[in-house]
Design a protein around this ligand. Structure first.
Ligand code: SAH
Ligand code: SF4
Length: 391
């Protein structure tokens, strides 16, 4: 909410009465949980403390039933169990890649399914989280973009993906033992299915829960949100979430970007760059990551590399080169290795880090841009995909 918004709005939106049916406590912010407990009958004076206790059980201990919350009175636990549930998405399948990457297919309300990917690395591990079922955008190189069915995930379904992964990794520290240095799940990237900035409030609430020092307690600098370029929401990302930002840039002219990332027709390269230059947290220590997918003969020439560094000049940035990951019917090919290296070299010489992202989990279709839930079978035809890509 902006500073100028009327205070009465908060009061107006307070839940006066709880909706029918059990309410899931997972995904409520501290304030949201407090309001919900009060509406259920928890005395106002106790509510903050009760939130603190329940919060610790859910997010620090990984407890899912009220009966195990031994620091709450038995009668109160029974009352809670009558009105609330602690629910996370159900794991439908788990695949493990030869390189150790784990892909979870999880089922959410309504029978929809989304994918979450865990990428283990030396001394750390990154969870790639989905924010929508499918994606309303139709980037022509992205498998998720061919999925028609779309709905926003709730905050509970987004934070629930972290809880699913922690369950599977067996990573629930005891209360008080918050060793964040050697964690298996140490980083989160919002780079799964969906455009996170088209589901801003739920993504924000879920990340606030992930960053809460009493729970999962991830530092904001260990969370990276990737957007295709939803310009009006970019400044809000810094202000309301404070995480790091990655941008799916992928092209150096509007003509090519219009085809690859169609949201460019709404907010073009100049508008996107202006928003990035104004990104409030911008500094050398918190650079913006420019993601650039390497597509053979489409966006991978030396001239592209030179145009890229010119365009971003002055923005503290890192260029992440992503070799294109193929999927069934994909209308592009991956650039040759020599080409990717030559491109990287030009960018590097201009003063920018230009790592080439190693594809992870390709054998289980878990690499960038390969996600698409198996239940959504209404796949577009190859001809349709090519037509939309303007090929
Ligand atoms: N919707 C957001 C986040 C999800 S995609 C966004 O577009 O930024 C995460 C990254 O993978 C994006 O940079 C996306 O452009 C890239 N990507 C999509 N399909 C890909 C593919 N087939 N191969 C390589 N990268 C891909
Ligand atoms: Fe959506 Fe991102 Fe895929 Fe584009 S690249 S279709 S914005 S998930």
């Amino acid at each position: 909410m902006t500073a100028s918004a009327p205070i009465t709005q908060d009061v107006m939106t307070l839940p006066r009465k709880l909706p029918e049916g059990p309410i899931n406590l997972v995904g409520l912010t501290r304030d949201g949980m407090r309001d919900t407990l009060i509406a259920q009958g928890t005395p106002v004076k106790q509510a903050k403390m009760r939130v603190g206790q329940i919060w610790q059980w859910i997010y620090e201990k990984g407890v899912r039933d009220f009966d195990s919350m031994t620091n709450l009175a038995k009668a109160y636990r029974t009352e809670l169990a009558e009105r609330f549930v602690i629910e996370i998405p159900e794991v439908v399948s788990k695949q493990v890649s030869l390189d150790g990457t784990r892909k979870y297919l999880v089922r959410i309300q309504g029978g929809h399914e989304v994918e979450t990917v865990y990428i283990p690395e030396e001394g750390r591990g990154t969870l790639c989280v989905s924010s929508q079922v499918g994606c309303t955008l139709t980037c022509s190189f992205c498998h998720t973009g061919t999925q028609k069915l779309v709905r926003n995930l709730t905050a509970g379904e987004i934070i629930g993906q972290l809880l699913v992964a922690r369950d599977d990794l067996g990573e629930w520290p005891e209360i008080g033992a918050r060793n964040t240095e050697s964690r298996l799940l140490s980083n989160v990237v919002l780079m799964g299915m969906g455009e996170p900035l088209y589901n801003f409030d739920n993504v924000r609430d879920a990340m606030k829960i992930a960053m809460d020092p009493e729970g999962i307690s991830l530092s904001r600098r260990r969370i990276t949100l990737s957007t295709s370029g939803v310009v009006p929401e970019i400044a809000k990302t810094a202000e309301e979430i404070g995480c790091l930002l990655a941008v799916s840039f992928h092209a150096t002219t509007d003509e090519v970007r219009d085809k690859l990332v169609p949201i460019n027709k709404k907010w073009n390269i100049a508008e996107l760059l202006a928003a990035l230059r104004a990104y409030p947290k911008l500094s050398n220590s918190e650079r913006i990551t420019f993601e650039y997918v390497m597509l053979k003969d489409v966006n991978d020439s030396d001239a592209d590399a030179r145009r890229l560094v010119k365009l971003i000049s002055g923005i503290p940035a890192k260029i992440n080169l992503i070799p294109f990951n193929e999927w069934p019917g994909s209308p592009y090919q991956r650039s040759d290795w020599d080409r990717i290296q030559a491109f990287s070299e030009i960018v590097y010489k201009a003063g920018y880090a230009s790592p080439i992202r190693t594809p992870r989990g390709e054998d289980i279709m878990a690499a960038c841009g390969q996600l698409k839930s198996a239940t959504e079978r209404a796949r577009k035809s190859r001809a349709q995909i090519q037509a939309e890509a303007g090929l």
